[in-house]
Design a protein around this ligand. Structure first.
Ligand code: 4NP
Length: 157
């Protein structure tokens, strides 16, 4: 899950997907990062922590980091919060073939519309609607991935 600073939107996306993974007992791994490194090492924005907590999701153990070339190999999907992050991620992909892993979060919810999760950094009142938008995007992404995933191994009778 990737945004610009890795302190507002992508920590929410990580926390919401982590909660989904836990409640659905999935073996997926999720992490988040920023295309920029200005906030590396910092916890998420207190307003993201607060809105997540109101919805029963704990972001307090997260720390911001900048995306690395190895992330493109280590993860199956690299999910951008907005179209600017999406373009930046395409140019950061260390090999052209890895660009296929880069997706826009809201494309899972409204395919083909090129919709962005707006940056809430300058507006305290934006955090609740941003939470709702990310939660809807994560639900659509998770349902999409669950539908296409191989069924669990069944032992022979
Ligand atoms: P985020 O929000 O990309 O959702 O983490 C931002 C946080 C900080 C800055 C920009 C966006 N900043 O420029 O410091």
């Amino acid at each position: 899950m990737v945004c610009l600073g890795n302190i507002c939107r992508s920590p929410l996306a990580e926390g919401i997907l982590h909660h989904y993974i836990t409640t659905h007992q999935l073996d997926w791994v999720v992490d988040s990062a920023g295309t920029g490194g200005w906030h590396a090492g910092e916890p998420p924005d207190p307003r993201s922590i607060a809105v997540a907590r109101r919805h029963g999701i704990d972001l307090s153990s997260q720390k911001a980091r900048k995306i690395e070339a190895t992330d493109f190999a280590n993860f199956d999907l690299i999910v951008a919060m907005d179209t600017s992050n999406y373009r930046d991620l395409l140019s950061l992909a260390p090999q052209p073939a890895l660009r296929a892993k880069v997706r826009l979060l809201l494309d899972f919810l409204h395919p083909g519309k090129n919709e962005s999760v707006p940056d809430p950094y300058w507006d305290d009142n934006a955090f609740e609607p941003v939470f709702q938008l990310i939660a809807a995007g994560i639900k659509a992404l998770a349902e999409n991935l669950t539908a296409t995933a191989a069924p669990p191994h069944q032992p022979m009778p």
